[in-house]
Design a binder for this molecule. Structure first.
Ligand code: MTE
Ligand code: MO
Length: 383
């Protein structure tokens, strides 16, 4: 059993699949901390966790002007400045279970917590590439940076994906070859010893157990880049789908969810106020500028308070425009409407481009169940 050496995991995790291991924290604890503790950070593995000896670990980089280079972990730590950033990772399948309620989709039945936020440290990919003589001008033909993991399937094929070269090279892209998560070595489940952090981009491109980087004219030819993690029309089914017709998901759309109230739960009629809490985040470094909350299914709205950076910690100053990689936690107290028997609590976020979330799931339904970002809605009884 190739999974027999997988690490042990926190018992509070809600497990979607054991082999490979896929799990998310309970929503109620997800937003207890701005920085998600590593042991409850959601885990999304496609394959067994590889065991890598940091002493013999090598990161190969192909496609550089001087040919291939091979870096040790020590090289990464000593040849390049150590950079730290806070970034949220969200799986394309976050909230897939809501799509399943519209019509069955193919994929893990994630709740609202296939998203987490951590502090990552490592070398900027751009620092490494410039160090070895690469620049977009030097290699005008290069268009993509491919990543390969050291986790392999039974045929020896590794997990892989790619990102556009602009994201990798840009001063504002902040792509990290991370060797620390929340101040410690990366845990086995999160890519020890090195993973790519591609802030603002779908989880699937944040390659763990990074073994190889290829600078190329071509996208990664991996299954996950070509035939998965793409969005389609609600009218497209498995008989008609042409994966070549859609671009690979990179930047994610604006998202938010309610974490402190569960669907079908009850609150006490004697309380004069309802507290609603949750998270909000957008891809591409677009900052969440507002979260609206409704208790009546979207007829009337209230503006939630976004957690300010001072409340978070001194190490999290306001991000520069276009580089808001981390989520925002939000909270609001709303007077309990008199005589209400049931509340339809809804949230929706707005990002700095004034993108907002669609009101329902059906029009964004797709056969793989990715990109679920409709208004999050929970029904709560008043007793
Ligand atoms: N990298 C490798 N090598 N193997 C994987 O299975 N899963 C990807 C990505 N990187 C994966 C990987 C997916 S789909 C997601 S959502 C994120 O890792 C999850 O990262 P996490 O487990 O640290 O939360
Ligand atoms: Mo994912």
């Amino acid at each position: 059993d190739p999974y027999s050496t997988d690490p042990t995991r926190h018992p509070a995790l809600i497990v979607n699949s054991v082999k490979p291991f896929n799990a998310e924290p309970p929503p109620a604890i997800l937003t207890d901390n701005y920085i998600t503790p590593s042991d409850i950070f959601f885990k999304r593995n496609h394959l067994p966790v590889p065991h890598i000896d940091p002493k013999t670990y090598r990161l190969e980089i192909e496609g550089l002007p001087g040919g291939t280079v091979s870096l040790t972990l020590d090289d990464l730590k000593t040849l390049f400045p150590k950079r730290t950033l806070i970034a949220t990772i969200q799986c394309a399948g976050n909230r897939r279970s809501e799509m399943n309620k519209v019509k069955q989709v193919k994929g893990l039945n994630w709740g609202i917590a296939a998203i987490s936020n951590a502090k990552w440290s490592g070398a900027y990919l751009r620092d490494v590439l410039y160090h070895y003589g690469f620049s977009p001008e030097v290699a005008a033909k290069a268009r993509h940076v491919q990543f390969e993991g050291l986790d392999v399937d039974v045929t020896g094929t590794p997990y892989g994906a790619s990102i556009p070269i602009n994201k990798a090279m840009s001063e504002e892209g902040d792509v990290l070859l991370a060797y620390k998560m929340n101040g410690e070595d990366l845990p086995a489940d999160h890519g020890f010893p090195v993973r790519a952090i591609v802030p603002g981009v779908v989880g699937a491109r944040n390659i763990k157990w990074l073994g190889k980087i290829v600078i190329s004219e071509e996208e990664s030819q991996s299954h996950w880049q070509q035939n998965d993690y793409k969005g389609f029309s609600p009218g497209t089914d498995w008989d008609t789908v042409d994966f070549k017709s859609a671009p690979a998901i990179q930047e994610l759309p604006v998202q938010s969810a309610i974490t402190n109230l569960a669907d079908g739960s009850s609150i006490d009629r004697d309380m004069d106020k309802v507290t609603v809490k949750g998270y909000a985040w957008s891809g591409g470094g677009r900052e969440v500028v507002r979260v609206d909350v409704s208790l009546d299914g979207g007829k009337t709205w209230h503006v939630a308070k976004l957690q300010s950076s001072e409340e978070i910690e001194s190490s999290a100053p306001s991000p520069p425009p276009g580089r808001a990689w981390a989520w925002k936690l939000w909270e609001i107290e709303i007077p309990l409407p008199e005589g209400a028997q049931e509340l339809e609590v809804v949230c929706k976020a707005v990002d700095s481009s004034y993108n907002t979330q669609p009101d329902s799931v059906a029009p964004i339904w797709n056969l793989r169940g990715v990109l679920t970002n409709a208004w999050h809605q929970v029904r709560v009884k008043v007793k």
